[in-house]
Design a protein around this ligand. Structure first.
Ligand SMILES: Nc1ncnc2c1ncn2[C@@H]1O[C@H](COP(=O)(O)OP(=O)(O)OP(=O)(O)O)[C@@H](O)[C@H]1O
Length: 239
């Protein structure tokens, strides 16, 4: 589903070049569910932006579902992302003036008839336990419910690849656990490949594959004290 080779990305900050990513090789198989952890600033979000084609690599190859992203012009990358990649973010990014249903419909494939669109949205709202919330505005929903709507919006076109960047980052522990279950269960049931970036170690521990970005990225950064504590805790859990 995803092949990365010799990927390099750097940014210019105050006239200074900062190397962020240097990944010789990384592969994610179709249907795999992977959690990526790692210190703050180690390039996790940047990696998701590159895989989704939001950002362009300085060099190297990224192939998503057989499509080499590096060879696509920007408009084609945008079209590919819309059809093939679902993206879930920490802060949901729902449109406040639209209902839950409308927030999903706006992301839908426009080739469907009105009736088909309704059926598809009904199906997905039911999948995430929000059948009775379709007419509610985001402000009338809890944060966990808003994230459920955002997950539906990401899945509604059935993209083969689902990316999530800190999807539980702004949720309390219990709601975060529910959202983790939902992402894992839905991706397994529908055969999506799922790549999640997270600091939530409870979430990461539930994934079949868990990877520290520093295991694949040759650019290494010193972890913050907070991250070192988290890593020690994680090692204790593993033992
Ligand atoms: N557009 C940009 N211009 C300049 N620097 C950037 C840009 N985007 C990201 N960076 C820098 O790249 C580094 C990696 O950022 P990134 O957001 O990928 O890290 P992260 O591992 O996701 O961090 P966190 O866990 O804190 O979210 C950071 O030092 C960040 O400041």
């Amino acid at each position: 589903m995803l092949q990365i080779r010799d990927l390099k990305k750097q940014f210019k900050v105050d006239g200074r070049v900062v190397r962020i990513l240097d990944i010789p090789e990384w592969t994610v198989e179709k249907g795999e569910r992977v959690a990526i952890t790692g210190p703050s600033g180690s390039g996790k979000s940047t990696l998701l932006h590159l895989v989704s084609g939001i950002l362009r690599a300085d060099s190297g190859e990224i192939v998503v579902n057989g499509q080499p992203l590096h060879s696509l012009a920007e408009a084609k990358r945008d079209a590919f992302r819309a059809s093939s990649i679902g993206y879930v973010l920490q802060d949901f990014h729902l449109i406040p003036s639209l209902t839950a249903r409308q927030n999903v419909e706006i992301a839908m494939n426009s080739r469907l008839s009105r009736k088909e669109r309704k059926q598809v949205v009904d199906y997905w709202l039911e999948q995430v336990g929000l059948s009775d919330r379709g007419q509610h505005l985001p402000s009338q929903l809890s944060r966990g419910q808003q994230q459920r709507v955002a997950i539906v919006r990401a899945l509604v076109n059935q993209p083969p690849l689902l990316l999530a960047d800190e999807p539980t980052g702004s949720l309390d522990w219990e709601t975060a656990d529910e959202i983790s279950s939902l992402l894992l269960d839905l991706s397994e049931a529908h055969g999506h490949t799922l790549i999640v970036v997270t600091h939530d170690l409870n979430m990461a521990d539930r994934f079949p594959h868990c990877l520290n970005i520093q295991d694949i990225n040759q650019v290494r950064r010193e972890a913050s004290p907070e991250q070192r504590v988290l890593r020690v805790k994680r090692e204790e859990v593993t033992i």
